[in-house]
Design a protein. Structure first.
Length: 361
């Protein structure tokens, strides 16, 4: 018999079967070096790739703003959104080293200005300061009037402030709180309430209360808050949903009785106003707020920079004094705070609008 071959088994990485040659230490070193080199290079490449978004983000933040900023207010001058835009815009321009222009674009319940911002370049140079009717208008206006999606076409920047809306009654009703009103309304069906025009947050608030409490009330529409308030003070309308700042003096004079607030929390300057949600109706929350939005697609670093700067502005003593003196409750916080409020209102308003058949004038 021939002696057994001394060749080593076949190498799995070669096509043929050739004698294996034991590698010397000097021959193995280059292979080991190449393997270590490739692993190190791969780790470096992955690390650099991870840094690219951070570098881009830093660049977007550092380069912004590169020209004047326009804050669109989709309502005429004089309201809370206009005031907030001008107070914040003035300070923002100083901090960013660029001019901030406030541009009023009223019309169609604020939808004309909002549509303009939705179509603007998403670079942070066109923003919108708008009240909460921004969320309600698409629900109460005819189809085709609104050309944007509240959530999909805008990037929330910050919720700078809100206002406490209250339910107030003419003193002749003799009620002091919500349970007393509900009892009175069931004993005297056909009460009237107001606040503003058809399709307003006040209109929705009344329909919410009607459905939740099972009472009969009729909404009286006015072209604005001033005539609605005058008729309530005169006793021609029984109830009014109204920002507290507009009626505080009348409440102190005994011309109106506040039955409760529609916010989630109490007003620090008027802790005696009990939220309606604490009076047996936990879902009776209708916020009156003003938010700052950017077009969808605005880089996150730009949104974050605006948010950071405006939070700092809201903390300034002169700004706090000016806004709180105008019955504004300062909020601030991250963009997610505004996004949460928008979703809350959409979820609250939509079923009420559908079931009550609410439409705007």
């Amino acid at each position: 018999m021939k002696p057994r071959s001394s060749r080593a088994p076949c190498c799995p990485w070669t096509a043929g079967c050739r004698p294996a040659v034991r590698a010397s230490p000097s021959a193995a070193f280059p292979l080991l070096f190449r393997m270590l080199y490739m692993k190190t290079l791969a780790a470096l490449l992955l690390s650099c790739a991870a840094c690219l978004p951070m570098a881009a983000a830093h660049g977007a933040d550092a380069d912004y703003p590169s020209r004047p900023i326009t804050i669109v207010v989709p309502f005429p001058p004089g309201g809370s959104p206009d005031m907030l835009a001008r107070v914040i815009g003035d300070k923002l321009g100083q901090r960013l080293g660029q001019t901030v222009v406030v541009e009023n674009r009223p019309g169609a319940s604020g939808t004309i200005g909002a549509a303009h911002v939705a179509r603007a370049a998403p670079d942070g140079h066109t923003l919108m300061m708008t009240p909460n009717t921004f969320v309600l208008s698409p629900l109460v206006l005819p189809k085709g009037v609104v050309t944007f999606d509240v959530q999909a076409d805008f990037a929330p920047v910050i919720l700078p402030a809100k206002t406490l809306m209250v339910l107030a009654a003419h003193p002749r009703l003799g009620v002091k709180n919500l349970p007393e009103l509900v009892a009175y309304a069931k004993a005297h069906p056909g009460l009237t309430y107001t606040g503003s025009a058809n399709g307003s947050p006040q209109h929705v608030a009344g329909e919410m209360l009607k459905q939740m409490a099972g009472i009969d009330m009729s909404f009286v529409s006015y072209k604005g808050l001033a005539p609605a308030l005058n008729d309530t003070l005169g006793g021609h309308v029984d109830l009014i949903f109204v920002p507290y700042g507009n009626v505080a003096q009348h409440v102190k004079a005994g011309a109106l009785t506040v039955l409760g607030g529609l916010d989630e929390e109490r007003l620090a300057s008027a802790p005696e106003i009990v939220p309606l949600r604490e009076q047996g109706y936990p879902r009776m929350v209708v916020g009156v707020w003003t938010g700052l939005f950017a077009p969808r697609g605005t880089p996150a670093p730009v949104v974050d920079k605006l948010n950071r700067e405006i939070n700092a502005i809201l903390a300034l003593p002169d700004v706090k004094q000016r806004l709180e003196g105008a019955s504004q409750i300062l909020v601030g916080g991250p963009p997610a705070t505004l996004a949460k409020v928008v979703k809350r209102d959409l979820d609250t308003y939509a079923p009420i609008v559908r079931s009550a058949g609410i439409t705007a004038d």
